[in-house]
Design a protein around this ligand. Structure first.
Ligand SMILES: NC(=O)c1ccc[n+]([C@@H]2O[C@H](COP(=O)([O-])OP(=O)(O)OC[C@H]3O[C@@H](n4cnc5c(N)ncnc54)[C@H](O)[C@@H]3O)[C@@H](O)[C@H]2O)c1
Length: 393
């Protein structure tokens, strides 16, 4: 099939490469001209896609990147994978999605299958997306489908091919066409009865993580006060073979999904007058974690004023270079406002907020582990007290 994939980031690029490897002719469309040039040069900006796999699909003739939406006009399938972040007020920001839909609609050919993969609030496919495409496109015979992306960057086990895919279209024909397309490179494709079911399922998946992470963070505070190792507690509970799933403590949630997606559920819930008390409370608990750890640092050092503190791992999770919504940000802010002299080390991030990663060294009063990467060698810290936000007393 001829496939156009709008947005070549953490979601769109792995999807484009998987589709190209399956033999489809793929054009990856992105508004970022620098990114398009890099991609066509065989340089991957996404850690889950190696330069060699990108170069291989370019060489096969099955992949190219472009700034132009022109390839949409001949595409059998158009997938939309653009960002759906929050605005400054914490509300869903659909501006990139609206722009992408307008670009797609203006170029859509006859009988195209349009699939939204971006995370959205329930009702957005049938409402906003359908109405923009209908208003802008010359053709009314398109099929519109929602299929949420579940990619987990840096996950070595689960990838585009073996992570089950959910699909639902506005019509049965759309659903069937999407199942056929994804089945050419995804092992398990499951359809649902309506787009609203899987729009909500996607938000349930990440809100479930959000709420459970915050519950474990609250338990970590309790364990700390009791002098009990929370990791040992979780590992002990996880020996139960049913009815329990381990989550681990942290300085808070980060990344493009877990802190963001619940806000999409909340926005819709407010609209329809449904309560979201668990999500609201989870947010409150997570936002309190930097202050909790600053308090722990004070417990270890006394006043933080003038104390040299090294924060290790500022990405939103170990083994990625993505700093979006990282909990390190809030923690560093709280430590600095208490007078500490804070530096940070992250060999995957290197530059962040106009600051640079510093080398690991032993001349600090305290090291705070936020999201240390698996390859980091902490033995250099030799004798420096360590505060581990990921567990331990
Ligand atoms: N990153 C993840 O782990 C993950 C997982 C599941 C779902 N999602 C969801 O997938 C969607 C995409 O996220 P991402 O992490 O890939 O974002 P990203 O920022 O990594 O990539 C998005 C790309 O889209 C491009 N873009 C922005 N507006 C555009 C437009 N109008 N037309 C064409 N290109 C445009 C950007 O330049 C960027 O390269 C979001 O809705 C996100 O919530 C992300």
């Amino acid at each position: 099939m001829r496939v156009a994939i709008i947005g070549q980031g953490y979601v769109g690029l792995p999807l484009a490469v998987a589709a190209a490897e399956a033999g489809h002719t793929v054009v990856g469309i992105d508004v970022d001209t620098k990114r398009v040039a890099l991609l066509n040069h065989g340089t991957s900006p996404v850690s889950d896609i190696s330069d060699s796999s990108l170069t291989a699909v370019i060489a096969s003739g099955n992949y190219q990147a472009s700034n132009s939406f022109a390839a949409v006009s001949t595409a059998d399938v158009v997938c939309i994978c653009v960002p759906t972040p929050l605005d400054a007020a914490g509300a869903p920001d659909l501006s990139a999605l609206e722009a992408a839909l307008e670009g797609v609609g203006a170029n859509l050919g006859s009988s195209a299958l349009v699939i939204l993969e971006s995370t959205i609030s329930p009702g957005t496919t049938r409402g906003l997306a359908s109405s923009i495409l209908s208003a802008v496109s010359r053709h009314s015979d398109f099929e519109l489908v929602y299929s949420p992306e579940r990619i987990d960057p840096a996950n070595k086990k689960w990838n585009v091919k073996n992570t089950p895919k959910l699909v639902a279209g506005l019509t049965e024909e759309g659903t069937a066409r999407a199942v056929h397309f994804y089945s050419s490179f995804v092992e398990t494709v499951t359809s649902a009865s309506s787009v609203e079911v899987i729009e909500t399922a996607k938000l349930l998946e990440n809100s479930f993580r959000f709420v459970n992470i915050s519950f474990i963070n609250e338990l970590a505070v309790f364990c700390s006060k009791m002098g009990i190792d929370v990791r040992e507690v979780i590992d002990a509970a996880a020996t139960k073979p049913y009815g329990f799933m381990p989550f681990y403590p942290s300085a808070g949630v980060g990344g493009h999904c877990i802190p963001v997606d619940p806000a999409y559920l909340v926005a819709k819930a407010r609209e329809v007058g449904a309560p979201t008390r668990f999500i609201d409370l989870a947010n409150e608990v997570n936002l309190s974690m930097p202050s909790f750890f600053a308090g722990k640092a004070e417990g270890m050092l006394g006043s933080l004023s003038g104390k040299k503190i090294l924060v290790v791992g500022v990405a939103y999770k170990p083994d990625v270079s993505d700093v979006r919504e990282t909990p390190a940000s809030g923690l560093i802010k709280v430590l600095r406002s208490a007078g500490a002299v804070v530096s940070w080390h992250d060999h995957l991030v290197l530059e962040w907020n106009g600051e640079s990663s510093v080398p690991l060294a032993s001349d600090y009063d305290l090291v705070v582990l936020v999201n240390p990467h698996s390859s980091v060698d902490l033995s250099v810290l030799d004798g420096v007290p360590v505060l581990n936000t990921r567990g331990g007393i």
